[in-house]
Design a protein around this ligand. Structure first.
Ligand code: GRF
Length: 212
């Protein structure tokens, strides 16, 4: 069983989608070891506690990033976390944090990266006039919303959309994408070629035709 450490700051709907997927048997071989919030009033942590998941509040306000991250790393290690899941965690990770979990931190972003990194990606896409929007699950590296892409889900931007309805429809895709991406990563059936995530089934098989 692989152990997930969820980091969140707010609403927590992606955390709940992951918890639901595990509960329903759509995401197998994974369990939630700890849910950590850096915000005292995060609804996601309250929901996690109500569902009797282990939770921790490690407040970031007014603290140096490296010190705060060191406390989070210690908490993740204490709970023997294999894969770190950023689920609406509104704080950049220090290089020390990324080095502590090499290629073992995932993030979800509500745009088709590399378009519209950063805050309010759905509004950025809407106001830009994009005709296709979506979400991206990616490994975390030292640049914002940048690491190797595990999967993306795309939807059309409708004539009837406003920024809110678009964000709602992207969120529904996020709730499908994140459990699926976690399952793929936990299966280990992939390789990273540069910044390309390649599923093992898509890798070129050596020819079995004998060479004369
Ligand atoms: C999501 O839109 C996610 O893509 C972004 O932050 C938001 C978190 O929402 N990184 P929730 O807290 O999971 O509901």
């Amino acid at each position: 069983m692989k152990r997930l450490g969820i980091l969140l700051s707010g609403r927590g709907s992606n955390f709940l989608a992951i918890a639901d997927a595990i509960h329903a048997g759509r995401l197998t071989g994974a369990e939630i070891a700890i849910v950590i919030s850096n915000q005292a009033d995060s609804y996601g942590r309250k929901r996690a506690a109500a569902l009797e998941f282990p939770t921790a509040l490690i407040e970031s306000k007014g603290r140096k990033r490296v010190e705060h991250d060191a406390e989070i790393i210690a908490c993740l290690n204490e709970h023997e976390v294999d894969l770190v899941i950023l689920a609406g965690y509104m704080r950049l990770l220090s290089p020390e944090f990324i080095a502590a979990f090499p290629n073992c931190i995932l993030n979800i972003h509500p745009s088709l990266l590399p378009a519209f990194p950063g805050l309010d990606a759905q509004t950025q896409a809407f106001e830009y006039g994009a005709k296709v929007a979506g979400c991206t699950v990616h490994f975390v590296d030292e640049q914002l919303d940048h690491g190797a892409i595990v999967l993306q889900r795309a939807i059309p931007v409708l004539e009837s959309d406003d920024a809110h309805s678009l964000a709602d429809r992207i969120l529904a895709e996020e709730h499908i994408a994140y459990p699926e991406a976690i399952g793929r990563v936990l299966s280990g059936q992939y390789a990273l070629q540069g910044r390309r995530y390649v599923r093992k089934s898509d890798l070129a098989e050596p020819s079995h035709i004998p060479v004369k």
